[in-house]
Design a protein around this ligand. Structure first.
Ligand code: SAH
Ligand code: ZN
Ligand code: ZN
Ligand code: ZN
Ligand code: ZN
Length: 494
């Protein structure tokens, strides 16, 4: 399977090892994309932003073979500069120290600018909304800061207490003492709070995140401004050194990474960044562990499993359902639990994970791992087959377990939804707008509500500047199941 057939609708990411020629947007080196048409012909390659799925958020576009004028290069450079944070990490932390020592009635947070205000800043923010900040609130930046809700590039979904507790207790139980938090600000926060309880052996954490607002709350050793789609450290060597120091396991302190990337993100570049982190870790190891991989957990929806395992074959998906405070589709309601499609992918042995019985998990003694209660062991497949939390059933003709809603179709020779477009290969039918196989574009309930998909939008806006073959645009509109579902999760309002 190529990237094209999964989450990028006919556009593939080309990762060139050690390539330093990629031009930079404000989010660091761009990624090289290539359109692939149905017949497998390769299209013209172009560079686009690694982090933003929407051209509105980052308008960078450049054909691979395009000659860029000196003037445009300069303009680009100054644009990149202008997007840089005003303060260094050290300066930010200095401010934090000062802020922490202020008397309670002087501790103010500007909600409009999302920054902590020192007495000298107040006048400039006098017409803005500001709130008081208690010492306890200062320890919970993820509560204080308004979660980014840009559906396309950077929506922030914060763990419920239950999920962050589970992660933390599990990692502590497995003996990890250092947690590299990649896009998991709340986890970092919970680690620091746990240390304050002084009941446990302290854990260290380092947050790598693109959301620079978090820099306000942490020291240089605790936060690096980082882009996980191109492994770019905005502060360059200084941050690389911080990461190196963190990954070195002095005094036998075992390190683990926990990443929770935006769900619309491309799997291949993420896997590449995590592999680079693992490489950095490996180089710091003593020779006896120089062959092993850094322990990692990657939090992502279950339907990306094939894609993740393709990129990182040593990973397995656990049944644990991660849930979020501010995601309407799958937060844990008062009336009972909604099932969350988000899972843990890890290269740590699944046997080490004890999933809570009281939340509906059970131990399968044959598989020797914890599974969701409805995930019944199939003697014929010899696995607990369910991926989505529903009870799957075995189909003798397909010789495998399938989703409960599927029926075996004689003409297709496989199991499918009862109202599948029978006799047609998948992907050639259905809706060009949302990717659903259940209706045509004309009947699409989502038509014109919004458009999602990085490549679709980049192809589209790219086409405004340089005309492209319309067939490619049509191809770019089509979406696979995974992309469709990721979209649904990114835009729960529809
Ligand atoms: N569940 C996590 C938050 C996940 S939301 C928690 O509770 O801690 C996704 C996180 O990834 C956000 O913190 C967001 O700022 C960060 N992020 C989004 N795009 C990123 C990128 N390109 N590089 C690094 N971090 C990114
Ligand atoms: Zn960009
Ligand atoms: Zn089976
Ligand atoms: Zn079947
Ligand atoms: Zn549709």
């Amino acid at each position: 399977m190529t990237e094209a057939s999964d989450d990028s609708f006919g556009i593939e990411v080309i990762l060139l090892v050690g390539d330093e020629t990629a031009p930079c947007c404000p989010h660091g080196p761009t990624l090289l994309f290539e359109k692939v048409s149905k017949g497998g012909e390769k299209g013209r390659r172009f560079y686009a932003c690694s982090a933003c799925r929407d051209r509105k958020d980052c308008k960078f576009f450049q054909w691979e073979d395009e000659k860029v004028s000196e003037a445009r290069l300069l303009a680009r450079e100054s644009e990149n500069q202008s997007k840089r944070p005003l303060l260094t990490q050290q300066e930010s932390y200095c401010r934090f120290k000062k802020f922490a020592s202020l008397p309670l009635d002087e501790k103010k947070f500007c909600q409009d600018c999302q920054i902590l205000l020192l007495p000298g800043d107040r006048e400039a923010h006098s017409s803005h909304r500001s709130t008081a900040v208690t010492a306890a609130q200062l320890r919970r930046p993820s509560v204080l800061l308004r979660p980014l809700d840009n559906k396309k590039s950077n929506a922030q979904y914060l763990f419920t207490d239950r999920s962050s507790r589970f992660l933390l207790d599990t990692l502590a139980g497995l003996g990890y003492r250092k947690v590299l938090c990649v896009g998991t600000p709340r986890l970092q926060e919970v680690i620091k709070l746990r240390n304050l309880e002084q009941k446990h052996e302290p854990m260290k954490s380092l947050l790598l995140d693109i959301d620079f607002r978090y820099a306000q709350f942490y020291s240089q050793d605790e936060f690096c401004h980082y882009n996980m789609f191109n492994h770019h450290f905005f502060d360059g060597e200084a941050s690389r050194a911080v990461l190196q120091a963190f990954l070195a396991e002095c005094d036998g302190q075992k390190v683990v990474m926990v990443a929770d990337p935006p769900f619309g993100g491309l799997v291949k570049p993420l896997a590449n960044s995590f592999s680079l982190i693992s490489q950095t870790w490996r180089k710091l190891q003593s020779s006896d562990s120089s062959n092993s991989d850094m322990p990692m957990m990657w939090i992502f929806p279950y339907f990306f499993e094939p894609r993740i395992l393709e990129c990182l074959p040593s990973f397995t998906m656990l049944d644990y359902q991660v849930d979020y405070d501010n995601h309407p589709l799958y937060k844990h309601g008062k009336t009972g639990r909604k099932q969350s499609p988000v899972r843990l992918f890890t290269n740590i042995s699944p046997r080490g994970f004890v999933l809570p019985k009281e939340e509906g998990y059970r131990f399968c003694s044959v598989c020797e791992r914890f599974v969701w209660s409805l995930n019944k062991h199939c003697a014929k497949c010899n696995v607990c087959p369910s991926k989505d939390g529903r009870e799957w059933k075995h189909c003798a003709a397909c010789e495998k377990c399938v989703k409960p809603s599927w029926r075996h179709c004689q003409s297709c020779g496989r199991c499918a939804l009862p109202d599948h477009p029978c006799g047609h290969a998948q992907g050639t039918q259905g809706c060009f707008s949302c990717g659903s196989l259940e209706h045509k574009r004309k009947a699409c309930p989502l038509k014109d509500t919004h458009r999602v998909g990085r490549h679709r939008s980049s192809a589209k806006s790219g086409g405004k500047r340089v005309s492209r073959p319309s067939a490619l645009k049509a191809k770019a509109r089509r979406k696979s199941g995974a992309a469709r579902r990721a979209k649904k999760m990114a835009a729960p309002s529809v």
